[in-house]
Design a protein around this ligand. Structure first.
Ligand SMILES: Cc1ncc(COP(=O)(O)O)c(C=O)c1O
Length: 452
């Protein structure tokens, strides 16, 4: 049996080799490598396997069958890569194996959550009083924010939703934009509000809510806005919506999975003007901040509402003390120390580095749009952020081109349908993407598109 030291060094060496290769390999795995993962399918053996054999098998079969999502030419979904410092601190934190539940048990990781929460609130212009929950991603950040919203709007009308649930509860009006992300709608379902019992507000050609389409606020209401449409990157007019509905008592939530990071850039913060007026905000760190999966954060202005929705007590748990207790704010009781990766990335970048990261990705997105437009292809969105939508002609042709791009391996982009038209979606969210990566990807994609 290898020593702990040998095993961890072997893992580190293999991880380093993987990352060394990531910019030069094909982005999609080769078909043989994908077929190779069948070798993992076996009966659970009676006898255990030596640790070093397990690691070697994982690397030799598993590594080639990964998509190079952490590399500079993966433009699918809105994925982001991972800064080396965040991977390194993640490895060390994994070795600590801390369960961030109470300060007394986990002083280091509790403190780093507190610090990274404070830094993010400052970067985004959110109220100092806001509480934060470190969760798996924007889906659960939306869920956590809306759980706090549910608590507050029901408390305001004298209904204890935590104790008495929703079955006999008075109705709450949920207002969403017609382009709300499906995970926000899923969160509404999980919270018992229903995925379809919502008032949908019409949107414009970029997917922004039309303020003129907002219903009058009547009774307990939650308005869900979006900072960064997953297709176009467009922003709802959040400040304007807050000014209209908050005086009527509505709670305003912002789904800012990637778009909230625009607030950190002096060049881009105009897009998200007034965001600090809302009541809750969901974002991801594993997207634009480029920390390893999984990492999202919910911020809630009314810390008591989040705590009322999330906290649990039991006789065996650590008692309350004056320090923030991380598990008071999250759906999970036990979890890993996500705040450390965020702290490391923010400390490494500084305020200026975060702004430069956002601006650089947006500039690369514009470069893509200009390159495709110059080659005669349609750019379907106003490229205000890091998302670009390209049409290669009719829907069938566009799908064919995207399939060939994915197979060719220089880069990887996904398919979407934007307001009835099939499109290729480019998201530039990786810290390591360079202008050369953009040009190389453009050359490959345009030559494929011209040959179809
Ligand atoms: C606007 C928006 N909200 C929510 C999500 C879900 O994020 P996650 O996959 O991190 O849960 C996404 C993912 O792309 C998104 O773009």
């Amino acid at each position: 049996m290898p020593s702990t030291k040998d095993l961890l060094q072997d893992a580190a060496a293999r991880g380093i080799a993987y990352r060394d290769d990531i910019a030069s390999r094909e982005v999609a795995p080769l078909p043989d490598a994908v077929a190779g993962v069948g070798a993992f399918v076996e009966e659970l053996a009676e006898q255990g396997t030596p640790d070093e054999v397990i690691l070697a098998q994982l690397d030799e079969i598993g590594s080639p069958a990964t998509v190079a999502m952490a590399g500079p030419r993966f433009f699918g979904f809105v994925v982001g890569g991972s800064y080396p410092v965040a991977v390194a601190t993640n490895w060390l934190t994994t070795a600590w194996d801390q369960n961030v539940g109470a300060f007394d048990m986990t002083p280091t990781t509790s403190m780093l959550e507190f610090v990274s929460m404070s830094w993010m609130k400052e970067l985004f212009g959110l109220p100092e009083s806001a509480a934060a929950a470190f969760v798996t991603g924007a889906t659960v950040a939306n869920f956590s924010s809306l759980a706090a919203a549910r608590n507050r709007v029901y408390t305001d009308i004298g209904w204890n939703v935590e104790a008495d649930g929703l079955i006999a509860a008075p109705p709450v009006t949920i207002i969403i934009g017609d382009e709300a992300h499906p995970t926000l709608i899923k969160s509404l379902g999980l919270l018992g509000f229903g995925r379809e019992r919502v008032v949908r507000v019409p949107v414009d050609r970029q997917g922004r809510m039309k303020v003129s389409g907002l219903p009058a606020i009547d009774g307990p209401s939650i308005v869900c806005t979006q900072a960064g449409n997953v297709n176009t990157g467009a922003f709802d007019p959040i400040g304007e919506i807050c000014d209209l509905v908050r005086p009527q008592g509505a709670w305003v939530h912002v789904d800012g999975a990637f778009g909230l990071w625009a607030a950190a850039s002096p060049a881009k913060c105009g897009l998200i003007e007034g965001v600090g007026k809302a009541d809750s905000w969901a974002t991801d760190a594993h997207k634009w901040l480029n920390v390893p999966y999984d990492s999202g954060v919910a911020f809630v202005r009314d810390a008591d509402a989040l705590k009322a929705a999330m906290s649990v007590t039991a006789d065996y748990m650590m008692p309350e003390n004056e320090f923030r207790k991380p598990s008071d704010f999250t759906p999970e009781l036990s979890r890993r120390a996500r705040g450390v990766d965020i702290w490391a990335a923010l400390k490494s970048l500084g305020r200026r580095g975060v702004a430069e990261l956002v601006d650089r990705c947006c500039a690369h997105a514009r470069r893509f749009a200009e390159g495709f437009a110059a080659a005669g292809f349609d750019v379907l969105n106003d490229v205000v952020l890091n998302q670009v939508l390209i049409s290669f002609g009719d829907d069938v042709t566009t799908r064919q081109v995207i399939e060939k791009i994915q197979q060719e391996g220089t880069c990887w982009c996904g398919v979407t349908v934007w307001q009835g038209k099939t499109a290729m979606r480019i998201s530039v969210s990786n810290w390591s993407t360079t202008a050369e990566d953009v040009d190389r990807s453009l050359d490959a994609m345009i030559s494929i598109a011209q040959s179809v």
